[in-house]
Design a protein around this ligand. Structure first.
Ligand code: UT7
Length: 324
């Protein structure tokens, strides 16, 4: 018997307010041409009154409805975020509270920046395969607009707000790549790059959240290599070659990074999911948001092979190979 974690529910939630590049050009010295050609971003959603927990709750509710289960069946809720409502308790606890989750539901947050969803999915998958839990709700949710310096054109044009979620559940498989569910995961980190992508503050250092700072060029180069490495590794682990992959869902930070990774993996552009144009970079939310949108649109179908790959502050990176 081989336990797999199968994706049985998916959801996403975006705040209503849409901000265009032209809107940003009214705030900082930028323009649509620069943002479009350098990043591929056209619009992003930004929160007004809503909190990160409201976004997470919206995505979670949809994922639970799609799964057709009751909240009581969820054993663990994990939220990947760097923009929680409160420093403590976790955002997962807030979501559990809003969902009326039963006493005993395990709740915790993952702080791995843009890799957070892949980290959270890996952990939940491992707990399921060990038999510790049967069903998990894994969410990526961010209000990055709250930690962006709106006077810094280098960063404020890049980020967006939103949330995505999946419900995963234990299912018996054969132990082959024909199984549905998570087939392989791999996580990495290299803390030598701590200073290259970070916030300028934090609870212990400044008693504030700080603003996002990034050495764009260094992150860009590292992202292309690490995203490709993680994708290649999980494909190898699962015995899947490039030609068997139906969809690559890379972290959505920059269209040039996404295209480079697609090329390195020798995947045709139509197999590479792009959402950065209308979401911007939503950090931990970017992969589950793109996944849910593309399942809903009918693009991603049952049985498809999906490769997720993410990279973020830390530096952290990792991948997941899934048969949907
Ligand atoms: O989520 C974690 C992962 N994050 C990423 O993967 C992001 C990785 N990095 C990137 O995507 C890119 O490095 C950026 C999009 C951040 C920057 O693109 P770039 O091609 O590396 O541009 P640059 O930083 O070299 O800047 C080029 C020029 C500079 O002007 P000078 O010094 O050449 O005169 C910037 O001041 O573009 C200028 N610039 C802007 N101009 C108009 C920077 N931001 C803007 C802006 N509008 N918003």
């Amino acid at each position: 018997m081989h336990i797999r974690s199968e994706i049985i529910g998916w959801g996403h939630y975006l705040p209503k307010k849409v901000v265009t590049n032209d809107d940003l050009a009214k705030i900082v010295d930028t323009n649509d041409e620069w943002i479009s050609t350098r990043t591929g971003i056209k619009t992003r959603h930004l929160v007004e009154e809503e909190l990160t927990s409201d976004l997470a709750y919206g995505a979670a509710k949809m994922a639970i409805e799609k799964a057709g289960i009751s909240v009581d069946e969820i054993d663990s809720i994990v939220v990947a975020t760097v923009t929680p409502d409160n420093t403590t308790p976790s955002l997962a606890a807030k979501v559990a509270n809003k969902l009326n989750a039963k006493s005993g539901t395990v709740t915790y947050d993952i702080s791995a920046a843009c890799s957070g969803f892949v980290y959270g999915l890996t952990q939940a998958d491992n707990m399921i395969r060990l038999g510790q839990i049967k069903t998990a709700l894994v969410i990526g949710s961010e209000s990055l607009s709250k930690i962006v310096d709106w006077t810094d054109r280098n960063t404020c044009v890049l980020f967006g707000d939103g949330a995505g979620a999946v419900v995963i559940r234990a299912k018996e498989g054969e132990g082959t790549s024909a199984d549905t569910g998570i087939l392989a995961t791999k996580l990495y980190a290299d803390a030598a790059h701590y200073e290259s992508l970070k916030t300028t503050g934090g609870v212990a250092s400044t008693k504030t959240a700080g603003f996002i700072f990034m050495d764009g060029k260094e992150v860009f180069k590292f992202a292309v290599n690490s995203l490709s490495q993680a994708a290649e590794t999980v494909m190898q682990m699962g015995g899947i070659s490039s030609k068997d992959v139906d969809w690559l869902i890379p972290h959505q930070a920059n269209i040039r990074i996404i295209s480079n990774v697609g090329e390195k993996l020798e995947l045709p552009t139509e197999k590479v999911i792009v959402a950065v144009d209308h979401h911007g970079n939503t950090s931990a939310a970017s992969i589950p948001l793109a996944l849910s949108e593309n399942i809903e649109s009918g693009k991603i179908k049952k049985g498809d092979i999906i490769v997720m790959t993410a990279m973020g502050a830390g530096f952290t990176w990792g991948g997941a190979l899934i048969r949907f």
